[in-house]
Ligand binder design. Structure first.
Ligand SMILES: [Zn+2]
Length: 319
């Protein structure tokens, strides 16, 4: 192993430990309990996974507090992820399941890392707004950690969304994919892709992934599975393919798992068997967080670029 490689590994290990510790501190301090799907991918980034069982009653480390769909909190057991920390992470949960909030919580961990460099990337700047607002809330607000900063801009319209912390120099910056040339040659600890389905495809990630290499950084994709290309995370993120053991996919998360945003009225309004406006496939993706055979068939409610007709998609008219 070269000296450069050794230095890179050491920095990455230290960074990962700091991120994990600081995220736990934030959860304790702000009394945060994650939903199961949120914990699932965030734990994978830490090199852990849920055991699916309650924690040992005397456990002091191998547990995580999970917020259940009835808002109660359970202490669930965790164990090491056999293949180590995941570096490419996807949360493909349903609409309003709490993806942006947990994304911001994940990113808050980097606040403890000296000179951390984290980019939030959206098709346009405004797409980063939910995550960035939550992140500012976690890190800077009085209700959050109230950390001092040297720079804080939150102007999505003029493309200036940036937090730079005083104590560590950690910097979080929003970027627009439409101005992707700005991303070139920048060393990064993490890219967080907001509403990733809007991006042109995995090529978006590939074209910047070399910027993560030196720091052994992570890429996170939180998105509803609204476009076929996002199935790549599902195909690679469940451990079957040895070439992609550092990929992780969280999927199949029903909107009901977030009791704070779930609306039975909206659910019924969209439900196909209750006379709703969505097709069965659309409903499966948007409300039930389903993938598999569904996702490739659901193109039609995105901004009108991809049209469907009885000729191109006869199955939708067959029911
Ligand atoms: Zn999956």
């Amino acid at each position: 192993m070269s000296v450069a490689q050794l230095a890179s590994n050491t920095r990455a290990e230290k960074r990962d430990a700091l991120v994990t510790q600081f995220r736990r501190y934030t959860a304790d301090k702000l009394q945060i309990a994650l939903f199961k799907h949120q914990a699932d991918w965030i734990l994978a980034s830490d090199g852990f996974q849920l055991t699916g069982k309650p924690a040992h009653p005397h456990a002091t480390t191998r547990f995580i507090n999970i917020r259940n769909a009835d808002t109660s909190v359970s202490r669930m057991g965790i164990t090491e992820r056999p293949k180590g920390p995941a570096r490419v992470l996807a949360d493909l949960a349903a609409y309003k399941a709490g993806k942006s909030w947990s994304g911001a919580f994940y990113l808050a961990g980097f606040a403890a890392v000296p000179n951390a460099r984290v980019d939030l990337i959206g098709l346009q700047y405004q797409i980063c707004t939910p995550e960035f607002d939550y992140l500012a809330e976690f890190l800077l607000s009085d209700r959050g950690l109230g950390l001092p900063y040297t720079r804080y801009h939150n102007q999505p319209k003029s493309g200036r969304m940036l937090i730079e912390l005083k104590s560590t120099g950690a910097r979080f910056e929003c970027r627009s994919w439409e101005q992707k040339e700005m991303l070139k040659g920048q060393e990064r600890d993490c890219y967080y892709f907001c509403e990733a389905y809007m991006l042109p495809g995995l090529s978006a990630f590939k074209s910047v992934s070399q910027n993560l290499r030196k720091r052994q950084g992570s890429a996170v994709f939180t998105t509803t599975a609204d476009r076929p290309w996002v199935t790549v995370f599902h195909d690679r993120g469940h451990g079957q393919d040895p070439d992609f053991h550092d990929w992780h996919c969280t999927c199949g998360v029903h909107a009901r798992e977030n009791p704070y945003t779930f609306s039975q009225q909206e659910y019924n309004r969209d439900h196909p068997s209750k006379g709703g406006l969505m097709t069965r496939d659309q409903f499966a993706v948007a409300w039930e967080g389903k993938l598999g055979e569904y996702v490739g068939r659901v193109y039609n409610y995105q901004r009108g670029q991809l049209q469907f007709t009885p000729e191109t998609h006869p199955a939708w008219w067959a029911a």
